[in-house]
Design a protein around this ligand. Structure first.
Ligand code: ZN
Length: 495
């Protein structure tokens, strides 16, 4: 054994207990120590990266993905196949498919039927926009994600189960026919939106080629405008719900109200208001005036209400405010103030004047009356499921605000029932469920055209659904209450 060999043997002995079966020399040993340092650094860097990735995915990603202007969304779309949007019975309303070249595209199996409420992916409207983050999220574990990242395989996004009832949506869509207008159906106790239709509508499958053409339509003919949430209309006689509510809040003796309707009324310093077809309603109390929708009585009430108090009430009811319902919507407007004219006060009280409201907003107020004065947050999503169908999140009902004390909402509820039993909503007089509601005719423009409204709920004692319908002026067929009846029939009798 020469000197060199002895040295090696010594070194080997020294390192043998750590790493056997390897020949060492001094240089090896030195390199090994260097390697250990490098390995440690690699492990440390890798650990930091993992911690950052976890932090990014858990804490930061939701904010970044939710921002539609951030490129990270595109990045997420490259990694995740956008999930499906389903009706509450699991029917697929929007899904991702591949064309012959392997390019992904969004497919909407029911064409126009769900167009406004499901929305268009590329425009981030409707539920497509509302649930963008959930549809591009996934529930794969971390190792699967890393593996997919390395292999370039796309992950499957979560599915969103909406609150939409397929059959009710179909009925509402058919009931609206070729008319312009909107229908919204909601559960008063949960705020869950069961159906939402706006016409004219569009086929979202054609949006890649036709969107620019649709954009060029005037607002009156617009197929892209979701009239249910962004269409603003004079409320007509449906506003008498609010006038009556303010009257009973201001007058403890509201029961003693009496009025003799002559068919028209002229107020000194104000204007002349006619009842429908100048019909004289004769002697009436407040409940009766509400049931027959007496313009004369309500326009006179309008001149007597405390304007500050009425303004506070309309504030609470979300006039002049964003509805904040998760999808696109327009602000309703109420402008009657201390300096407004007497005739404006008369007109405002019967839903003419300068007040404007969206069908969704009108329905939210009706549903709150049905729900003992508590307005629920309108909700479009029931739960989120992963690609295996496992529920990963459930959306709970949320109170939006208490709009009035329960005793006041009860009085208005009873009045709305009177509209059906002895008033203008005769469509619901002989049905096997008890409806309460308010009809409305809202004149607009100069050609004597008027919109037809109905907003109501059923059953009267334990409301399960609230329905609001508007048919724009010049509509074909029966008025809004008959359209609402088709939806109610479907819900209660399945036909
Ligand atoms: Zn009258």
């Amino acid at each position: 054994m020469n000197k060199d060999q002895k040295k090696r043997k010594k070194l080997r002995k020294k390192y043998a207990k750590y790493i056997p079966d390897v020949l060492y020399n001094e240089e090896d040993a030195y390199n090994n120590r260097e390697m250990n340092v490098v390995s440690f650094l690699f492990v440390a860097i890798f650990a930091v990266m993992i911690i950052y990735l976890i932090y990014f995915k858990v804490a930061v990603a939701p904010d970044i993905i939710d921002n539609p202007y951030n490129k990270r969304v595109d990045n997420q779309e490259q990694k995740v196949v956008r999930g499906d949007i389903l009706a509450n019975d699991g029917t697929v309303l929007a899904t991702t498919k591949k064309d012959d070249n392997g390019a992904e595209y969004r497919h909407y199996p029911y064409n126009n039927m769900f167009s406004h409420v499901v929305g268009i992916k590329s425009e981030e409207t409707g539920i497509e926009g509302l649930a963008d983050f959930e549809l591009l999220s996934h529930s794969d574990d971390f190792m699967t994600q890393l593996w997919d990242d390395v292999t370039g395989k796309k992950m499957e996004g979560n599915s969103v189960v909406s609150t939409l009832d397929f059959n009710l949506q179909k009925t509402a869509w058919e009931a609206l026919g070729n008319n312009k207008g909107a229908i919204v159906v909601m559960e008063p106790a949960t705020g869950n939106v069961l159906a939402m239709v706006s016409k004219p509508d569009f086929n979202p499958n054609e949006s890649p080629t036709k969107y620019n053409e649709w954009l060029s339509f005037t607002s009156e003919d617009s197929v892209l405008l979701n009239r249910a949430t962004s269409g603003l209309y004079a409320p007509g006689s449906t506003f008498k719900v609010i006038t009556a509510l303010e009257y009973v809040i201001e007058n403890a003796e509201y029961d003693a109200f009496s009025y003799n309707c002559q068919g028209t009324v002229t107020v000194d310093g104000g204007t002349t208001i006619p009842c429908n077809n100048m019909k004289a309603h004769g002697d009436e109390n407040l409940k009766r005036a509400f049931a027959v929708s007496c313009n004369c009585a309500f326009s006179v009430i309008g001149t007597k209400l405390n304007r500050t108090s009425l303004s506070n009430l309309t504030d609470k009811l979300l006039f002049n405010k964003h509805l904040d319902i998760g999808i696109e919507s327009a602000k309703s407007s109420f402008v009657l103030g201390e300096n407004s004219s007497l005739s404006e006060a008369q007109e405002t009280a019967i839903g003419q004047g300068n007040t404007m409201i969206s069908p969704m907003h009108n329905l939210m107020i009706t549903a709150a009356i049905a729900n003992n004065g508590v307005m629920m947050q309108p909700n479009f999503i029931r739960e989120i499921r992963d690609c295996d169908g496992k529920v990963v999140d459930t959306i709970e009902a949320k109170v939006k605000s208490k709009i009035v004390e329960e005793n006041y909402s009860k009085i208005i509820k009873e009045y709305m029932r009177g509209v059906v039993t002895e008033g203008t909503a005769s469509a619901f007089r002989n049905v096997n469920y008890e409806v309460a509601g308010k009809t409305g005719t809202a004149q607009y423009g100069t050609q004597g055209l008027s919109h037809s409204w109905f907003t109501g709920f059923a059953p009267y004692n334990e409301p399960q659904i609230a329905v609001c319908v508007i048919l724009e002026g010049g509509y074909q067929g029966q008025s809004a209450q008959y359209v609402a009846k088709k939806v109610m029939e479907r819900y209660f009798n399945g036909n």
